[in-house]
Design a protein around this ligand. Structure first.
Ligand SMILES: [Zn+2]
Ligand SMILES: [Zn+2]
Length: 190
C-alpha cells in the first residue's frame, strides 16, 4: 500500500570484509558511487545530480576496524535568501569504528563505535549519508552576495532595485520615532 513515504537514507552500500583486514595494520580500500538522487536536511531537500562518490579505507586497528574516507557530491537546492536555484559541492569525511567484539567495558572507548557483525559486512549507507549532511552548508546561497527578496514587495533584488527601500527610508525619516525628525522640528529661536 502506498502511503506517505519519508526519505530515510541512501540505498545500502555493503562491504564484505570476509578474508580482508584480518591482521593489525592491514587495510582495504573501497571506492564507488551511491545512486542516490536526493537527501534532506531538516525541512530542506537537495537533489544530487550524480549520486555520491566515496573513497573509503578499512584498517585493522587491533581491536576493531577503522573506517575512514571521503564523500563527494554535487547538490542542488534553493537559495535560502531569494529561493532561486542554488548549487554547491559536498566534500565530507567519514570516520567510524567497528569493534570486532562487544567490549567488556564500553566506557573505555571515548569515541562512538559499533560492533562488527559475524558476517563481517559493513553497510556504509548511513555513514555516507551523514557525511553528506554534515558538509551541507547551514545557509545555501545562489551566490555569496545574494541580495535576497524585498521584504516589502517580494521582488528578487538580484534582478534590480524594486524601489521599496528608498521609499522606506523616506517614510522612516518622516516618522516621529526618528531622532532627526525631532531635530527638524526644533525651533532654534532663543
Ligand atoms: Zn539567492
Ligand atoms: Zn520591494
Amino acid at each position: 500500500m502506498a502511503g506517505q513515504t519519508e526519505f530515510s537514507g541512501f540505498p545500502p552500500v555493503r562491504v564484505d570484509l570476509t578474508g580482508l583486514v584480518e591482521n593489525p595494520g592491514e587495510s582495504h580500500a573501497v571506492s564507488g558511487r551511491v545512486e542516490a538522487d536526493s537527501y534532506r536536511v531538516g525541512e530542506k531537500e537537495y537533489r544530487l545530480t550524480d549520486g555520491v562518490s566515496y573513497d573509503v579505507v578499512f584498517t585493522n586497528a587491533g581491536d576493531g576496524v577503522l573506517v575512514s574516507g571521503m564523500v563527494r557530491a554535487h547538490a542542488e537546492g534553493e537559495c535560502d535568501r531569494c529561493l532561486e536555484p542554488a548549487s554547491f559541492e559536498v566534500a565530507g569525511e567519514i570516520q567510524e569504528y567497528y569493534l570486532f567484539a562487544e567490549p567488556d567495558d564500553p566506557d573505555a572507548y571515548e569515541d562512538d563505535f559499533e560492533v562488527l557483525g559475524q558476517d563481517r559486512v559493513i553497510d556504509l549507507a548511513d555513514s555516507i549519508h551523514d557525511a553528506v549532511v554534515m558538509d551541507t552548508p547551514f545557509v545555501v546561497l545562489c551566490q555569496p552576495d545574494c541580495k535576497g527578496l524585498c521584504p516589502t514587495c517580494g521582488a528578487n533584488l538580484n534582478l534590480g532595485d524594486c524601489g521599496c527601500s528608498s521609499h522606506q527610508v523616506e517614510e522612516h525619516a518622516a516618522s516621529d520615532d526618528n531622532p532627526f525628525a525631532k531635530l527638524r522640528d526644533l525651533k532654534l529661536d532663543n
